[in-house]
Design a protein around this ligand. Sequence first.
Ligand code: PHE
Length: 347
Amino acid sequence: MSEIFTKVKQLIEEIESASPNSKEELEQFRIQYLGSKNIIKPLFGEIKNVPNEQKKEYGQLVNKAKETAERKFAELQESLEGAAADGNAPDNYRDFDLTRPGEPLELGSRHPIATTLNRITGIFQRMGFTVAEGPEIEDDWHNFTAMNTPEDHPARDMQDTFYLLNSTEMLLRTHTSPVQARTMTAQKPPIRIIAPGRVYRNETISARSHAQFHQVEGLYVDEGVSFADMKQTLMYFAQEMFGTPKIRLRPSYFPFTEPSAEMDVWIGMDNEKNYRLSKGTGWLEILGCGMVDPAVLENCGIDSQKYTGFAFGMGIERQAMRLYDIHDIRLFFENDVRFLKQFAAVI
Ligand code: PHE
């Protein structure tokens, strides 16, 4: 009876050592060992001729033959396909179509806020400003106290500021002005920086206002810096950004500047869009500015007798809305690819 055992064992060896190297040879292998008339199948029937005490061993051996054939087939198939993909396969196995068009590679696009920020940053860099950064999670001192904001100022109110849970000290910065304090405490004049970044306010979200938005802060501190320097810098910015030096400075108030102003840029009223954006005035308000209050300089350890400076802070979203004709501020933060894709060509 050992004859049949030997036969099965030889078969297993034969399967193990098979090495088809074309698709056709592999198909031969499949038909021979796994097809509906494969040569392993009849071996199961032989069990009736095997003595009872050897039936179990025989059954296991034939099963092993079958399993070996299945495993070997899977391995061979994979290596042949792998080789084909590598371009190393025997010629008759390279049957994929090289002329088929490739999978398109989807390119992302820059976010319109990023593009606007980069443009603004570029304009000031060309005037000699360098980029400074600060954290979005700020402490009360940098956001308010150093910026000369009184303890009872409404901006500090919970209604306007997002405080971190259980904290009266840590908050989400409400403007980029704390970067002024961070820079002035770390650096001696001359200081000429811009600080782009994200800010947060506890606002009701609508088409025109959002609880998160972006600002670019500017700060110039040196001996003899004047209001005229500020005006000239901002006019140049308006020219570069909006194509016109026509600006308007309206008296305003900020705790950290004195005197303070708000700047509008002339966008005209010759079309419906500009009419709506400027609320029928032709002027688009884009920034707050002023001469750095001497108290702020002193808070940050800078001699206010020797140095003066100007600062400004501008909102980005409104400029991006005007630049790209976007009517709802919420679109910037939804990350809907149908919206974002429209800016694929914008650099
Ligand atoms: N921080 C002010 C704001 O958020 C803007 C500003 C910055 C005004 C610097 C004056 C000087 O509205």
